[in-house]
Structures are given as C-alpha cells and as structure tokens.
Design a protein around this ligand. Structure first.
Ligand SMILES: *Cc1c(COP(=O)(O)O)cnc(C)c1O
Length: 458
C-alpha cells in the first residue's frame, strides 16, 4: 500500500504552479481563492458554450470551486465526472416534470429552524448554508449557498434546546451546508455543547470538505473532533477520480483520531451510473478505510433533472456489487422519498419464494437454493431476556413493525375508515345482518340478477 507524504502537494493544476506549497496547503488560502465566475474558471478549464451560458446566468445556484478540487478537472473534457459535479451547464436551467424546491419536505419537519426531526431517535441539524464548493445537484439548493439564509447563535441555541428537551434523540447529525466550513472555534463549541447532553449517544458530521478541501483536515482538526467521541463522519465521494493522496491523508488522520468514516454518494447519469465505475469507487474507498454507506437516487430537485437516472440502474448497480465484491464495500441504495417519507432502501430481490417452512433464495450468481426453517423454533424464548431492556416508545412511527408484533391489524391512510365505510358498518354481502338504514337505498338488498357494485366503484 502506498505511503503518502502529508507535506507533499500531489494535486495541483498547472495554472497554480507558482503558488508556494505552504499557501496551497493552507485551507484558508484555498477558500479565499475559489473560482466563482466565468473569467476565473476560463483560466483553468476550456469552457463549453453551455457552461459559459450557465455561468453568465443570473439567479443560478451559487458556483464556487476550490483550486484543489478544480485541479481534478480534465480541462478539455466536458464530460469529466468531476467537472460535471461543480461546473453548471445550461441543462441546469431546464425544469423537469415533478421537480420540487424542498423535495424531502424538510421544512415541514422542522420543529425549530434548521433542525429536521424526521425519525424517532435522531435529528438532522443544519448548522450552516456554506460549502467549500457547490454540487450542482444539491438537494438543499433552496437554502445552501445563500448568504442571506444564515444560522445564528440564537438558532443554535434553539436547536440545542430542542435536543436537550427531547430525550428520545440519541443521535445528532450535523449537516448544512458543510459543518466543516464553520469557523473552527464555532464548530468546536457546538460539538462541546452537544457532547454535554446526557442522552445523546452519538454525534455525526456529514461533510464534503475532506473531498473539496482535504487540507482542512489538519492534525488540529483531528485532535479537536477526537474530544467528542463517539463521533462519526460521512464524506461524499461520487467518482474514483476524487480519491487523491490528499484525501487519503485526510481520512487516515480522521481514522487515527478514532473517527469511523463512511461515504454517501449520489447516483448520477454520465458520472457514476455504471457497475464498473461503482466497483472501482467502493474499492478505492475501502482502501482509504472509508466504508460505503449510502448510494442515493438523485432527488427531484430543481437544477438536478439532467443528473437523474432510472431506479432500475441503481438496482443493477447493487446487483453488480453484492456478492461480486467485499460485503463491507456495498452501500445501501436509497430513495429519499419525495414528500418527506424519509430514506427507503431499494435492492434486488434475493427471496425467490416462501412456504410455511421453507425460504427459496438465490445468490448473486443465480444459484437457487432452499433454506429449511426449524420446525421447533420458539420465538417466545427470548421474552424474559427482552423484558430486561426497556422498550422505547415511537408514537406514530412504529410502522410495519407494530403489525408484526401484533399490536395492530392494519395501517390505514388518513381518512381511510371514513372513505371505505360509506355509512355501513357491516359487509353488505352478509345479507342476513344487513343494517336497516341501507334497505331503502337498495344496497343491502342483493338482487341476484344484478351485478354487484362494490363500494369503491369496481
Ligand atoms: C438522512 C437523515 C437522517 C439520518 O439517517 P440515517 O439513515 O440514520 O443515516 C436523519 N434525519 C434526516 C432528516 C435525514 O434526512
């Protein structure tokens, strides 16, 4: 395995060849020298008409690219997978059917500004609207990059107060924007305040800074986060080209500081919608000790239409990974359900059929076999042990589990009972018990010569 020298510059486009190494490796210099307009970008890459048109457009989602990340762009290839993630094209301005500003309905699930409480035991805390560079397919482009939408000290106080007063929250996920763009002191004090909340069991940071600006992950940063364990970080890499010696060094620092690392990527047309590319990506990730966590279906968000793929492509990619490579290198493919349904995992079917005592399964090669279930399995054996662990209430969010546990027979959409009842309490085919009130309408009195009309009109 190659050893990389943390003091060496591995990734730098010729345009910046005269910048002294200390400056290039200084994250503040990188942030201050981001490219954000046609004139600057044109000096580094050969723009297409489509890119130039988009960059000259007013009202475009913010553009900013760190010199480090811009150095990964193939300046002559308009289809470069790194380039397409951060340089807008005219396609970004084309609306598509079913697009939404807030596709995940996060605003609806925010008890206080910036805090999204969607799941029973964990919250998403948006701490900034800034990023080191801006992904063209950003799911939060409605707020991200907009400097008029900042989170203030007062917002942090309200977010933290909500978490303090909500003991069911055991996991806080810092996101934004990118939490790693916060001033070091502010991030440190935020983590300290969260760490001090007794019922919080884990803190997570979702950040693309290690990818856009690996120099930000200096030893001081690693030492700072190590004070707040258990602290997990998810990075965001979409293509193997993004995995550089600089990123490897940053991840090594974080791993050595005890931070478990995961990766979330977005499936995008022409960027990584290929089994071969995804395999290479996950292999390069595990080499730098980053475990692939989620592969997201691209959200139905404005500006991202041209990045969207079919869902079947995502299923095909998982088919090409599971069994074909290390199990820990296989991410979970997720559709973040539009309308605020949350993350829904989608995968190929491995269960071919079932009977009371048998499950027929198939493997990645298409080998089909039978697992015979035990005839004397007693699912009640565990109950005494289970009783030692306090159940956690999940009011309104028990889901399908409550059906399996026998707490409920069915889950009905709102208004279901009213719509289906049509005023009659009993099934009308049970003619002996037909309710008096239905007789005059003729619904209950079944005429064998007429075709029955079911309540829903079928
Ligand atoms: C993604 C997300 C989480 C975290 O989900 P995990 O599946 O636990 O990683 C929490 N809250 C919100 C609102 C999210 O979108």
């Amino acid at each position: 395995m190659p050893e990389f020298d943390p003091n060496k510059v591995y990734t730098r486009a010729p345009y910046w060849k005269d910048v002294p190494d200390e400056k290039w490796m200084d994250w503040r210099w990188q942030l201050a020298h981001r490219l954000n307009n046609v004139d600057e970008i044109e000096k580094v890459i050969n723009l297409t008409d489509s890119e130039r048109k988009a960059l000259s457009q007013t009202g475009l989602f913010r553009v900013d690219v760190t010199p480090y990340f811009a150095s990964l762009i193939d300046s002559d290839d308009p289809n470069c997978p790194v380039r397409r993630q951060i340089i807008p094209t005219a396609a970004e301005m084309v609306p598509f059917r079913s697009e939404m500003a807030d596709s995940l309905a996060e605003d609806k699930h925010s008890p206080v500004p910036g805090l999204v409480h969607r799941y029973p035991d964990r919250v998403l805390m948006l701490v900034t609207t800034r990023c080191a560079s801006y992904c063209r397919y950003c799911t939060r482009s409605r707020i991200v990059g907009d400097s008029s939408q900042k989170f203030s000290r007062k917002d942090f106080d309200a977010q933290i107060e909500y978490i303090e007063n909500t003991p069911q929250i055991r996991d806080v996920l810092l996101s934004g924007g990118d939490p790693m763009t916060l001033a070091p002191r502010i991030l440190d004090s935020l983590l300290a305040r969260l760490h001090a909340i007794p019922h919080l069991e884990v803190i997570r940071i979702g950040a693309r800074v290690p990818v856009f600006l690996p120099m930000r992950v200096d030893q001081r940063f690693a030492d700072m986060v190590a004070k707040y364990h258990p602290l997990w970080i998810n990075i965001h890499v979409n293509h193997p080209k993004e995995i550089t010696p600089e990123l490897a060094i940053a991840c090594d620092r974080l791993s050595k500081a005890g931070v478990p690392l995961g990766n979330q990527s977005v499936l995008m047309a022409g960027i990584n919608d290929s089994v071969r590319i995804q395999r290479k990506l996950v292999h390069e990730l595990v080499k730098i000790r980053v475990r692939p966590y989620y592969l997201y279906q691209c959200d139905m968000v404005h500006g991202a239409g041209h990045f969207r793929t079919s869902v079947s492509k995502g299923i095909e990619i998982i088919e090409g990974l599971r069994g074909h490579t290390s199990g820990f290198a296989v991410p979970t493919y997720i559709i973040d359900a539009p309308g605020g349904g949350g993350k829904v995992p989608v995968q190929p079917n491995y269960v071919v059929s079932q009977s009371p005592n048998k499950v027929v399964i198939r493997n990645f090669e298409g080998f089909i076999t039978t697992y015979s279930e035990p005839e004397n399995y007693d699912p009640h054996l565990i109950e005494a042990q289970e009783a030692l662990i306090e159940p956690r209430p999940e009011p309104g969010q028990e889901g399908v589990l409550q059906l399996l546990e026998g707490k409920k027979m069915a889950i009905e959409p709102a208004g279901f009972a009213e719509t289906r009842a049509r005023g009659g309490a009993e099934h009308r085919l049970r003619s002996g018990e037909i309710k008096e009130k239905w007789q005059p309408l003729g619904v209950g009195a079944i005429d064998p010569n007429k075709t029955a009309v079911l309540p829903d009109g079928k």
